[in-house]
Design a protein around this ligand. Structure first.
Ligand code: ZN
Length: 286
């Protein structure tokens, strides 16, 4: 099943994408795809309900905005340097254990929303990533049990301001958390839809030029390890997002480095998880 959300910013409603590619409004059954939905086994309940009620669900107009595919989570946890060639392009060693950082949940946005280049930013960069959404609370879970805690998968662009991230004091979170820095979707594919999350091609282009082109088979730490590892340090709650890291080909790694400017168009995809597209625009107060 493919879950998505539609409507104006802050007023999104839940929908299911049918086999024919049509979005059907399921707000008559589920309030939203949020922590309460996932915690209450919402995916399976929705699956059964939708099977019987699909034809009664209103068709969402094609023109309706795509929201982030889930509601704002309690946290967005990201993994750094999880592809060997990306670690190399940033001048870092391959890590001995996963590198963890956070993105502020307020950075979440829709998959086709504009990328707002932050005020005073000169180094806004792109990162295509496979993200997973937690379906069941996870605390100290074994690797062998970890995948039972996954609700599904989606596409994330982990936008990063490299000066804020690397040239300012302290942690990476400064360069990862600006508004619109986490376009998520177009949809959440429930875990039964993805046979092997460790063998998905993924890529990203800027203004039509391919910049990233890889496969999740190149991940250093796979999903069971990441979930188990993270659950040692924090409780993963239903609806939380874990993003698994980006492959090589970011702007920081180019010679000379190349960053986004207003008007640039970024397009990305992961096999089985659709495509997203953002246009970079100059900062404006919202
Ligand atoms: Zn990243």
């Amino acid at each position: 099943m493919k879950l998505c959300r539609f409507g104006e910013i802050g007023r999104e409603k839940p929908a299911v994408i049918t086999g024919a590619g049509v979005r059907r409004d399921v707000s008559g059954h589920a309030r939203d795809f949020d922590d309460a939905f996932f915690a209450a086994d919402g995916v399976e309940k929705l699956r059964q309900w939708f099977r019987a009620n699909e034809q009664r669900c209103p068709v969402v107009p094609e023109s309706a905005r795509w929201g982030a595919c889930i509601a704002r989570p309690s946290k967005i946890v990201c993994i750094g340097l999880n592809y060997a060639r990306h670690a190399a392009e940033t001048g870092k060693d391959v890590p001995k254990e996963p590198v963890i950082f956070m993105k502020a949940p307020s950075s979440l946005c829709g998959p086709f929303d504009d990328l707002l280049i932050p005020k005073n930013s000169l180094k806004t960069d792109w990162e295509v990533e496979l993200a997973l959404v937690i379906g069941k609370r996870a605390s100290y879970v074994a690797e062998s049990e970890a995948m039972r805690h996954v609700a599904g998968y989606c596409l994330l662009n982990d936008y990063s301001e490299r000066a804020f991230q690397l040239e300012r004091a302290g942690q990476w979170v400064k360069g990862k958390s600006c508004d619109t820095f986490a376009p998520l979707g177009p949809f959440l594919a429930t875990s039964d839809e993805i046979q092997d999350p460790h063998n998905l091609s993924l890529g990203l282009s800027v203004n039509g030029v391919v910049r990233q082109n890889s496969n999740t088979s190149d991940l250093i730490f796979g999903l069971p390890k990441l979930i188990s590892y993270l659950s040692e340090f924090m409780t993963l709650l239903p609806g939380d997002v874990i993003s698994t890291g980006t492959p090589e080909g970011v702007g920081l790694g180019m010679k000379p480095p190349q960053y986004l400017k207003p008007g640039d168009v970024v397009e990305l995809f992961i096999e089985g998880l659709g495509k997203s597209k953002q246009k970079a625009v100059a900062y404006r107060a919202s």
